[in-house]
Design a protein around this ligand. Structure first.
Ligand code: SME
Length: 155
């Protein structure tokens, strides 16, 4: 097994422990973003946006203050939410419409939070490194996102 896969398996175990017995969506998002922030190297932002109507609104996160509202279909986050699909961006400067909340970001991974076919928001990770995120990161973060949706009550 690769070192990255092992790292995510450990992270999944820790996330299960952290979310067990707690159904508050905000508390679980806050703890999950802290766990990701402390466990994964080379991040400059990790956190949640929640869908409210046609917008994503900033939720719990770690890193510098970020843009509060993102219209569905815009930026990396709004595109992932509108398409219900994970987006890996190796170079954010080449993603048309990327929203630069922190000028230090060079690559990004956005995973939609999906429950019963509906998008509840996104889990967003930014890195100052180019091509920081690969398929193994997308798969690992998708699992964490699924643990959050399963563990938490609707907002
Ligand atoms: N870069 C994102 C905006 C959110 S920040 O990275 C925290 C985007 O293009 O949607």
């Amino acid at each position: 097994m690769t070192a990255k896969r092992e790292l995510y398996e450990e992270l999944e175990r820790q996330a299960c422990g952290l979310l067990a017995g707690e159904r508050d969506a905000i508390a679980n998002a806050a703890n999950l973003s802290a766990l990701i922030w402390q466990s994964l190297p080379d991040l400059n932002w990790a956190g949640f946006y929640f869908r409210k109507g046609r917008e994503l609104v900033l939720g719990p996160f770690q890193g510098w203050p970020a843009c509060v509202r993102i219209a569905l279909g815009t930026g990396v986050c709004g595109t992932a939410a509108a398409g219900l699909k994970t987006i890996l961006v190796p170079d954010v400067h080449r993603f048309l419409g990327h929203i630069a909340c922190d000028g230090a970001s060079n690559s990004e991974l956005v995973v939609p939070l999906i429950k019963e076919g509906r998008v509840l928001g996104v889990l967003d990770l930014d890195s100052p490194l180019f091509a920081r995120f690969v398929e193994a990161d997308a798969a690992g973060i998708e699992t964490l996102a699924r643990l959050w949706t399963q563990a938490s009550d609707r907002l």
